[in-house]
Design a protein around this ligand. Structure first.
Ligand SMILES: NC(=O)C1=CN([C@@H]2O[C@H](COP(=O)(O)OP(=O)(O)OC[C@H]3O[C@@H](n4cnc5c(N)ncnc54)[C@H](O)[C@@H]3O)[C@@H](O)[C@H]2O)C=CC1
Ligand SMILES: CC(C)CC(=O)C(=O)O
Length: 354
């Protein structure tokens, strides 16, 4: 199996190589064939070598792959000429229509979580909404008609809202049969109102699923006070981005918050967090989020290919992470003393253990 690999920026240079080793270990431990890794340029290093953070050769190569791992990028630090453009991750999401951003948040044994009974999945629409896109036909855009006025246009299409709703209801049907639609239809009546209504339309196809809906501001409060009450949360692009950081932190740390971005045919593993420039190069980052993102990717590929070994390898990784953290070994964000490499070595050993 060929899988793409992009380090990204900041802590990506620490957590991506560690993740590659864990994936290799997991596949070997279940006697699956090894991965043929396809390393691709992206981020600051690609600016130096190719003059752009997202070279055409990377996009072309991804078009030939079913799955890949994307390290976090530090687009806020790119030279001025790249600012205001879609970020590398955003370009990839839109180019390959990776419309479903699946972001679980569940507390681990051994972690002092602020909401210890949280076990939910945020299903985020990944191609529309308010996130800027100057270059593509479908998407949204910011512009300045004068130097003193900035405008942003959000795009919500019924087709994309119904598509992400189906993902959410199918997921809830395999979990606890509960979907919460998050919107802000009291103010953004037409746009997020369309999102809510399209989700409600799809809900009629899943009569066994309990549906409710919340305004995004109230939802933020509910997550803090009673985050254990939610199962699947479906929402638009920016609300999902924000709520998933909140849920990640409430259930452990941003460093434990995984995600995949998926279409019907391709999957990208990408942690929910960013490049963490404040701790980059210090061997302090928690690689858990990317480890678990890669496990989600293997699981997705296992389903898509009907290959149980890939799903078994995915379980190896998540079990190894849980065992490691439950044994009291954790990085600083979880209150532990382990460095990135010390933590990764223990997860690696547990992944290989038969
Ligand atoms: N998917 C992506 O590639 C994303 C990229 N970014 C980019 O990352 C850069 C920094 O953005 P910020 O807003 O500071 O968000 P961030 O997620 O990089 O960092 C926020 C805070 O969480 C901590 N943190 C994040 N990941 C961690 C980990 N694995 N282990 C331990 N602590 C961790 C950081 O140290 C920081 O204190 C920006 O250029 C931003 O655009 C931000 C979010 C997502
Ligand atoms: C493209 C990213 C920088 C947006 C983001 O924060 C995320 O998707 O997590």
């Amino acid at each position: 199996m060929r899988l793409g690999l992009m380090h990204g920026d900041g802590i990506g240079h620490e957590i991506v190589p560690a993740t590659r080793q864990i994936v290799d270990a997991a596949l070997s431990s279940v006697h699956a064939p090894p991965v043929e890794w396809v390393e691709l340029p992206l981020g600051s290093t690609a600016i130096d070598t190719h003059g752009t953070p997202i070279p055409d050769e990377t996009i072309d190569a991804l078009g030939q792959l079913q799955g890949w791992i994307l390290g976090p990028h530090d687009s806020a630090s790119y030279p001025e000429r790249f600012r205001g453009q879609l970020t590398p991750g955003g370009v990839i999401r839109k180019k390959f229509e990776l419309f479903a951003n699946i972001r679980p948040a569940a507390a681990f044994p051994g972690v002092k979580a602020m909401v210890p009974d949280m076990d939910l999945v945020i299903v985020r629409e990944n191609t529309e909404g308010l996130y800027a896109d100057r270059n593509m036909a479908v998407g949204s855009g910011e512009f300045m008609p004068t130097p003193d006025i900035a405008l942003a246009v959000g795009v919500f299409t019924r087709a994309a809202c119904e598509r992400i709703a189906r993902t959410a209801f199918a997921l809830a049907s395999r979990r606890r049969n509960h979907v919460t639609i998050v919107h802000k239809a009291n103010v953004l009546t037409l746009t997020t109102g369309l999102f809510r209504d399209a989700c409600r339309t799809v809900a009629a196809e899943y009569p066994h699923v309990v549906v409710d809906d919340e305004h995004v501001d109230a939802m933020a409060a509910h997550l803090v006070r009673r985050g254990g009450d939610f199962d699947v949360v479906v929402t638009e692009n920016m609300f999902g981005d924000i709520l998933s950081d909140l849920a990640g932190e409430l259930s452990g740390s941003l460093g434990t918050a995984p995600s995949i971005n998926a279409s019907e045919t391709q999957v990208m593993a990408q942690a929910a967090h960013g490049a963490a420039p404040d701790i980059a190069g210090k061997n302090r980052a928690n690689p858990t989020a990317l480890f678990l993102s890669s496990a989600m990717m293997l699981d997705w590929l296992g389903d898509a290919r009907g290959d149980r070994l890939l799903s078994a390898a995915a379980r190896r990784i998540s079990d190894a992470v849980r065992t490691t953290i439950a044994s009291g070994i954790a990085t600083a964000d979880l209150g532990g003393l382990a460095s990135t490499s010390e933590f990764s070595e223990v997860v690696y050993a547990h992944t290989l253990r038969r």
